[in-house]
Design a protein around this ligand. Structure first.
Ligand SMILES: [Zn+2]
Length: 345
């Protein structure tokens, strides 16, 4: 018995035995589709959840192994077809410490540039909306779960998802680097905004908005971290980044043809991945819309910083404190009255 077998068997003997039977512990053996089915099928079949030991055993074995292209596809299909909520063991993140990763992703310096009106959904996104989602998480109106499968949930192509309707769950798999994590948390928070704002919209548009918002957050984080080696972004991501850049440059106006064209390109990219969901609409729950507005009103007061004048003006436009500037001015004075007007600018 080799070292790898021993290590894997220590985690899960059945998995180690199946691997041994199939490969004779020969790592030069390229795992085929049928090998993967033999090795992993039993883990995914049946009602039991994937355990951390199983996950760790599979990672130990798969990491040094060679897999055919089709075997990789099969592996991923197992993960993608498994309902994350049903199949993966998930833990409820409750304490501020556990939820820190989510709060960090939604903090001001990351979401500050997410200000745009979507040509698709018609929703106007502003940083304060992300503050509201953080608040709803803090108030446990939205529950956050993280998969716990010894790291194995990372094989799923979905790194995170949001379940709206009456469930209100944000589920994260075992996420990797901080910037990927941030991008996807902001992406899912965007879906949460769509859900809580109770706006009826098309899935392709919901996704386009979420991808653009995520890309803006990722760019902001690269700035914050001053990454000297920014991760390579290619393929479809370039299309998404192009639209995101227009928002960052504050040129995402309805009248800017470059923006509407860039947005449409993102919709086209998204349509490739969400074929089955094309044309469906999210459910709008008016009661949640009310909660969102209440928390939004509170967050606007709370998130206020005197130096946020510019952002305030943008938000004011968005949230209809009126095009009448004196109306907004009153609101503004009421907000900052306690702090003294001199500190504002
Ligand atoms: Zn999405």
């Amino acid at each position: 018995m080799g070292k790898l077998y021993e290590e894997a068997a220590h985690e899960d003997k059945k998995i180690a035995d199946r691997w041994q039977k199939r490969t004779k512990e020969d790592l030069s053996h390229e795992l085929t589709v049928s090998d993967i089915e033999y090795l992993i099928g039993p883990v995914f079949h049946g009602g039991a959840k994937i355990t951390e030991n199983q996950g760790r055993a599979l990672i130990l074995i798969l990491e040094p192994s060679k897999l055919t292209r089709d075997a990789v596809k099969r592996l991923r299909r197992y993960a993608d077809n498994a309902d994350l909520n049903e199949k993966w063991k998930v833990v409820h993140l409750v304490s501020d410490d556990e939820l820190g990763v989510v709060y960090k992703a939604l903090r001001q310096d990351v979401v500050a540039k997410i200000i745009f009106k979507s040509p698709g959904t018609g929703i106007t996104y502003a940083p304060v909306d992300y503050n509201v989602i953080a608040r709803l998480i803090y108030e446990k109106e939205i529950a956050v779960y993280q998969a716990k499968a010894g790291g194995f949930s990372r094989i799923a192509s979905a790194v995170a998802f949001y379940i709206g309707s009456n469930k209100n769950r944000l589920v994260l798999n075992e996420l990797i680097s901080p910037d990927t994590r941030t991008e996807y948390i902001v992406h899912e928070a965007t879906h949460a905004i769509q859900d809580w704002e109770a706006v009826r919209s098309l899935v392709h548009h919901n996704e386009a908005d979420a991808f653009i918002a995520g890309a803006i957050a990722a760019a902001a984080l690269r700035n914050v971290l001053r990454a000297d080696k920014p991760p390579k972004r290619d393929g479809d991501v370039v299309t998404i980044d192009a639209a995101a850049q227009i928002v960052i440059d504050k040129k995402a106006d309805a009248g800017n043809k470059d923006w509407t064209a860039a947005y449409q390109k993102v919709v086209d990219v998204v349509a490739k991945f969400y074929k089955d969901k094309a044309g469906t609409r999210s459910t709008a729950t008016p009661a949640k819309g009310k909660v969102f507005k209440r928390v939004l009103a509170a967050a606007e007061v709370d998130a206020w910083k005197p130096q946020d004048w510019e952002r305030y003006q943008e938000i004011r436009k968005t949230y209809g404190f009126g095009s009448d500037p004196t109306k907004g001015e009153k609101f503004f004075k009421r907000l900052v009255g306690k702090q003294g007007a001199a500190r504002m600018l």
